[in-house]
Design a protein around this ligand. Structure first.
Ligand code: ATP
Length: 912
């Protein structure tokens, strides 16, 4: 039984003592023990900050100018004894707040669920095996491995530290990373001086380490300070801010218009004060687009949910808006454009080239040399052994099932060893690893130190061929060591790379027995090259299609890879990125001045052998050209480029925690195609917002203008103030909401990206608003006047006017489904079922309004005859045709007379 874990000074004790205190060992705990401890200590999690309570969320809905206006009006009408008006006004308030309350709740829930999808993970040793688990599942005594980019998942007593530096700013505020070691420190050392501990929530910047978990959850240092996770951020995005500003401005304008109407009616027309007061309230309520912020929030939240279903998890909401403007996507190659299911296809030795057969991670396959099957020669076996030992991956086979842990490329090298007749476990036992220089994208190789069963010590190196070649003086021939023939190897590297193979070189160097440490100086020279391996990494079919789709959407795709230039160019060509000939390497980039760099980023699509620093350099150069750039990354050093990019995209599977935290979007499947789908979704969301605005503005304006026009002309009101409140209430929660469910338009990815600085309401949108509002007012008012001239009683004429206005909105809702494309076709009329449901619901409401006795008493409505309805439908249906004609004219002449493509002209109109 282990002791209570909260009362001990782990930093003052030796690593070994702490390990045994937790009844653990270097191979970690057993799964059964982990489960027992999980039960005993609970999961390694801080309680989430309490969500806003429903009552608070409900009350917050009242914090809104419109509601103030309504409440004041409700009170005044109550005082005036206008029970019906006052009742309707309070009902409007209640319905408005309820709708806002439920919509916001749903949006919050959707976003919280998405945030849970990027839970931190940790690499631990369990039963001696390296496994990746959710950080939540850690227990005291677990042995955790730490790499650059990891966020320390619990408080650890370090057992090993190699150049391990940890940024503890989150805990101590100290920004310089702390150099960690395993030596115990004084009992009274301050938190920042406890160098043998790694604290939960801090960040590994460089080096590697492993440590035993000494505290989890609330018992960690961080847990004791903060006690809970950061609160869920609010749903504020630049667009919502823009909208809030626009809304405030509009509200002020509308209130002035309402006051002016009131004053005008009072001075120049003879309406009663109560009547005018209600008109002013009715028109203010009708014109203020109060539902818009809630609708936009829900549109964003729904879109984010849809993106998550497409494996793109949005971490920052504003990204959704930027996505639609992306003009260039810079993507890693390995695993994002390619499948990262590697297999060694060829091996080049000093005297021969072997083809290796087999498929995937199946351990069976044969070696062929000049089309003849051969038994692997001893020097080929030696190469395979080096590939197996200088390697961190492992494969577990259960029947036909293969479970892979570690880098897929390294796993492919384990399989190569198996094909050469080696048993991985036995090899690892016979040549145990004493020390290692881990792989790093900057130095591009990995080295390990082993002792052999014969008591010798060996350094094994594997890495990028040009890097390893530079360390070698000799090569392994059939008969032993020979001087290195660099020209021969260079031709082999080129030949492999031209076939799109990923090339690795393997080398060896015996050292004096007894060595236990490995440094960079040990591998710089004097190595013997064992040979080259060429690995295939097939492109993802769906990524090829996605690259094509991006091109059609006016988005350029650039490959930014650490791999060999010729390999990258060959794969790029297959994928439709670059022409297979033009590329730039990282070192070539270093030599460019600003103008040359700017030209290079414009013309070249493949950048190879780049380091993370180059990525930052490239993003900046692209942005300086006015591009809106998305950039992918996974390592800790990629974080600056991800932050700089307009859309940083981190890999969910192979990405480090740091990269994920720096990114706007995390790809759950590391797949390029998911970026393309996210862009499409981003465009759709923005389009849906535009459609909603384009629906709400003219309909709100029309509702208000009908009242203003009546007062201006001094006629009887065609629609009374309470009736306007009714219209506003039923249409705002039904029709306007339906557009948020619009699926992507067929040509969403056939248009160029939207300009980032496009205003919320473009000139075209302003024109459409005026055009439609005018049609609605003239239609509704005109029909009312005509009815009156025919002697229709006032209640009936008003009921006709109300129905006409609502029908206008229904027809225009159908127009609004597509911004500029025609809707008078099957897809246009029936493509969004929610639009049809919303229309059906409003029809029911209107039937009740017209025929239901209670409603007639409340709203002064009257039953209508079939011919009344017919006239209403004929008048209001005109909007469907007239807006379609307007769209047609815009498509034809709106963008310089180009009638060839609706899509191009559409977006040009949009941003004009
Ligand atoms: P991308 O940047 O597109 O993901 P990449 O995986 O090839 O491509 P890096 O991880 O930076 O980029 O690798 C650069 C080079 O380093 C590789 O081309 C390979 O030659 C070498 N390399 C990669 N992984 C290892 C490893 N585990 N051990 C040794 N060398 C490696």
């Amino acid at each position: 039984m282990i002791r209570n874990v909260t009362d001990t000074n782990w930093h003052a004790r030796s690593a070994k003592a702490v390990l045994s205190e937790f009844a653990s060992d270097l191979g970690g705990l057993s799964q059964a023990e982990v489960e027992r401890r999980l039960y005993q200590y609970g999961s390694n999690r801080l309680p989430a900050a309490p969500r806003r309570r429903p009552l608070k969320r409900f009350l917050i809905q009242f914090y809104n100018v419109l509601i103030y206006v309504l409440l004041a009006a409700g009170l005044v009408t109550l005082l005036l004894g206008e029970w019906v008006d006052s009742g309707v006004i309070f009902a409007v308030v209640l319905i408005n707040t309820l709708v806002g309350f439920t919509q916001e709740g749903k949006a919050e829930q959707a976003l919280a669920a998405i945030r849970d999808m990027v839970l931190p993970q940790a690499t631990v040793l369990r039963d001696g095996q390296r496994v990746t688990v959710a950080a939540e599942a850690l227990v005291p005594g677990d042995v955790v491995l730490q790499e650059p980019g990891d966020r320390v998942p619990a408080d650890l007593r370090l057992l090993a530290a190699r150049n391990l530096h940890i940024d503890e700013a989150a805990l101590t505020g100290e920004s310089a990373p702390v150099d960690k070691s395993i030596e115990p420190v004084a009992v009274d050392a301050m938190l920042g001086d406890r160098r043998c501990l790694a604290f939960s929530g801090t960040l590994v910047t460089t080096g590697h380490g492993r440590g035993v978990v000494v505290a989890t959850g609330l018992t960690t240092e961080l847990g004791q300070i903060s006690g809970m996770l950061a609160e869920v951020p609010t749903l504020v995005t630049p667009l919502l801010q823009k909208l809030a500003r626009f809304g405030r401005w509009l509200t002020a304008l509308i209130l002035i218009a309402a006051a002016a109407t009131f004053t005008f009616g009072w001075w120049l027309r003879d309406y009663t004060l109560a009547e005018l007061f209600m008109v002013a309230v009715g028109l203010a309520v009708a014109a203020i687009p109060e539902g818009l912020p809630a609708i936009i929030t829900i549109t964003l939240a729904l879109g984010v949910q849809r993106m998550a279903r497409h494996r793109a998890i949005v971490r920052r909401l504003p990204a959704v808006e930027t996505l639609g403007s992306v003009t260039v996507i810079c993507s890693d190659k390995t695993g994002t454009l390619t499948r990262n299911e590697m297999m060694v296809q060829a091996v080049a030795m000093a005297d021969a080239v072997y083809q290796v057969s087999g498929s995937g991670y199946g351990g069976r396959g044969e070696f062929r040399c000049r089309d003849t099957q051969v038994e692997p020669a001893p020097h080929l076996v030696e190469l395979a052994r080096a590939a197996l030992l200088c390697n961190d991956a492992s494969l577990t086979r259960r029947g036909a099932q293969v479970q892979l842990s570690g880098d897929p490329m390294e796993a492919a090298l384990v399989v190569l060893g198996e094909k050469a007749g080696l048993a991985p476990d036995q090899e690892r036992r016979c040549g145990p690893r004493l020390d290692a220089i881990p792989f790093d994208t900057v130095h591009r190789f990995m080295a390990t130190l082993h002792c052999t069963s014969a008591g010798e010590a060996l350094i094994l190196v594997k890495g990028a061929p040009e890097r390893v070649l530079a360390m070698c003086e000799f090569q392994r021939g059939q008969g032993g060591e020979e001087p290195l023939d660099s020209v021969y190897w260079q031709t082999r590297i080129d030949a492999f790379a031209r076939q799109g193979l990923r090339v690795l070189a393997l080398a060896v160097r015996p050292v004096a027995p007894g060595r236990t440490e490995l440094g960079f100086a040990d591998v710089e020279t004097g190595l013997t090259l064992l040979g080259l391996v060429g690995l295939i990494d097939p492109p993802r079919e769906e990524a090829i299609a996605a690259v094509r789709a991006c091109r059609a959407a006016g988005i350029r795709v650039k490959m930014i890879t650490g791999d060999h230039a010729v390999t990258a160019a060959a794969i790029g060509q297959v994928m439709g990125i670059g022409d297979g000939r033009n590329y730039l390497t990282g070192s070539e980039l270093d030599g460019l001045d600003e103008t040359a760099l700017s030209e290079a980023v414009a013309n070249i699509d493949v950048f190879a052998r780049v380091s993370p620093a180059h990525k930052l350099y490239l993003v900046r150069a692209l942005q300086a050209r006015g591009e809106v750039a998305a950039m992918t990354g996974d390592g800790v050093n990629d974080a600056p480029a991800l932050k700089q990019a307009d859309i940083g995209v981190a890999m969910g599977l192979k990405g480090t925690e740091v990269a994920k935290e720096a990114a706007e979007i995390v790809l759950a499947d590391d797949n390029f195609a998911s970026i393309e789908r996210a862009v499409e979704e981003g465009r759709t969301i923005y389009n849906n917002l535009k459609k909603t605005i384009l629906f709400i503005l003219p309909t709100s304006a029309a509702e208000a203008l009908v009242l203003i026009a009546a007062i201006a002309l001094g006629t009887l009101l065609p629609i009374t103030a309470v009736q306007i409140l009714w219209v506003n209430m039923i249409t705002a929660v039904t029709l306007a909401l339906a557009l948020t469910f619009e699926p992507a338009e067929a040509d969403a990815m056939a248009r160029p990206p939207r300009a980032v600085n496009e205003p919320l309401v473009t000139r075209y949108m302003a024109w459409r608003t005026a055009y439609v509002a005018l049609l609605m007012v003239v239609g509704t008012f005109g029909l009312f006047l005509w009815e009156r001239s025919q002697g229709t009683p006032i209640d009936t004429a008003r009921t006709i006017a109300v129905n006409t206005l609502v029908l206008f909105e229904m027809f225009y809702l159908i127009n609004s489904r597509y911004l500029t494309a025609p809707v008078l076709n099957r897809a246009g009329l029936t493509g969004n079922r929610i639009v049809l449901w919303a229309i059906a619901l409003v029809v029911l409401f209107q039937l009740a309004f017209t025929y239901f006795g209670g409603m007639q008493a409340l709203f002064g409505s009257a039953g209508l005859a079939a011919t009344d309805w017919l006239r209403s439908v004929l008048v209001s249906g005109s909007v469907l045709v007239l807006v379609e004609l307007e769209k047609l004219a815009m498509r034809r002449f709106g963008a310089g007379g180009s009638s060839r493509s609706t899509s191009i002209s559409a977006s040009q109109i949009d941003s004009s």
